[in-house]
Design a protein around this ligand. Structure first.
Ligand SMILES: [Zn+2]
Length: 185
C-alpha cells in the first residue's frame, strides 16, 4: 500500500489524528528561518538551560535517580505519554522548551502550534538539536527523534504540519521543561 493511503487508513488512530491549526504559523520559510536564527529572543536571562550539544553520557542507574519514572519511560525507553496528559499542551506563554533530561534548548514558544493531537507540537526546531532514526514500532516506518546531547527520546516527526514547513514534531510533554520569559509579548 502506498504510504499516504496507509496513513489515511490509519487516520482514526490518535497518533495520526488530523491536526487542527489553531495557531498561525509564519507565512513563509524566511520567517521560519528568522525564528530559528533569533530564537534567543525568547530565552530568559539566567535561564537554567544549556546550549551545549556535546554528548552527555549517564548510566541507566544515574538516569533513574535524576528522572521521574514517567520521564525515564519516555526519554530512555522510547515510551509515549497518554495524549492530552501534558500541561504543556496548553502552554502559550513566551519562552523556550528544553530537554527534561539534559536541559538542552530544543524549541521556542514561537515554534509551537495547536495540532489537536493531544501532544505538544512544533512546526520547526532550533537547528542541530536532534538526531533521528526510522523506527518500526507501529506497522509503518516513523521518524523517531532524540536529543543530540543526552540521546533522550522526544517524539516522532510527521509531514502533516502547517505550511510553510509542513512538519509536525510530535513531542512528549514529559520530555520537555518549559522556561518562560517574563515580560515578553
Ligand atoms: Zn537531552
Amino acid at each position: 500500500m502506498e504510504r499516504r493511503t496507509l496513513l489515511k487508513a490509519l487516520a482514526a488512530s490518535p497518533l495520526l489524528a488530523a491536526p487542527l491549526h489553531g495557531r498561525a504559523a509564519p507565512a513563509d520559510l524566511k520567517s521560519v528561518e528568522a525564528l530559528q536564527r533569533d530564537w534567543k529572543m525568547l530565552l530568559a536571562q539566567g535561564a537554567d538551560v544549556t546550549l551545549d550539544t556535546a554528548p552527555l553520557k549517564r548510566s541507566n542507574e544515574e538516569w533513574k535517580k535524576i528522572l521521574t519514572p514517567q520521564q525515564y519511560n519516555v526519554l530512555r525507553e522510547e515510551g509515549t505519554e497518554r495524549p492530552g496528559s501534558s500541561p504543556l499542551n496548553g502552554e502559550k506563554r513566551p519562552g523556550v522548551f528544553a530537554c527534561a533530561g539534559c536541559s538542552l534548548v530544543l524549541f521556542t514558544s514561537a515554534m509551537k502550534y495547536e495540532s489537536g493531537t493531544g501532544w505538544p507540537s512544533f512546526f520547526t526546531l532550533i537547528p542541530g538539536v536532534f538526531g533521528t532514526k526510522k523506527d518500526f514500532m507501529l506497522i509503518y516506518p516513523r521518524t523517531e527523534y532524540h536529543c543530540i546531547r543526552c540521546g533522550g527520546h522526544h517524539g516522532h516527526l510527521f509531514d502533516d504540519g502547517p505550511k510553510p514547513t509542513g512538519l509536525r514534531y510530535c513531542n512528549n510533554g514529559v520530555a520537555l521543561r518549559f522556561v518562560p520569559k517574563p515580560g515578553t509579548a
